[in-house]
Write a protein that binds this ligand. Sequence first.
Ligand code: ADP
Length: 151
Amino acid sequence: MRKAIFPGSFDPLTLGHLDIIKRSIPLFDEIIIAIGVNAEKKYMFSLEERKQFIEETFKDEPSVSVITYEGLTIDLCKKHHAAFILRGLRNPADFEFEKAIAHTNRRLSKIETIFLLTAASTSFISSSIVRDVIRNGGDYKVLVPEAVRIK
Ligand code: ADP
């Protein structure tokens, strides 16, 4: 069974994440979206909100589930018997950053990282830009799935 973990902050889920996850569904039997908890990071959306946005978006996709985690992603993979980590690549900066992490994960485990190149139409979107648009009262709805709404 091909099982992948898609780790990230998802603060919030964007149309870029959505593109990567949707295109991964035919590639894997199961995809676990894993929201990382980093005590040093300040988030705009609570863990519960971030989880709800993702659950609502993929409620009709039985192979997609959502969890939260602390610690190393490879330890989470081992716990869930997932042989793959899934990540999206937007640009050369993403590549350089992801390359070092993927090499490290390979040195520490047998887990392979699978990269999908973003769709051109969503490659400019990042959660940090979405947060900036929200903070400044812009129309963030064109950048995120429908389930992502401010209460
Ligand atoms: P992290 O803090 O781990 O980078 P993010 O939620 O920002 O968490 O990103 C999670 C994953 O989604 C990363 O692999 C990132 O490259 C990918 N990603 C983020 N934005 C996009 C986008 N617009 N298109 C495709 N992939 C994206």
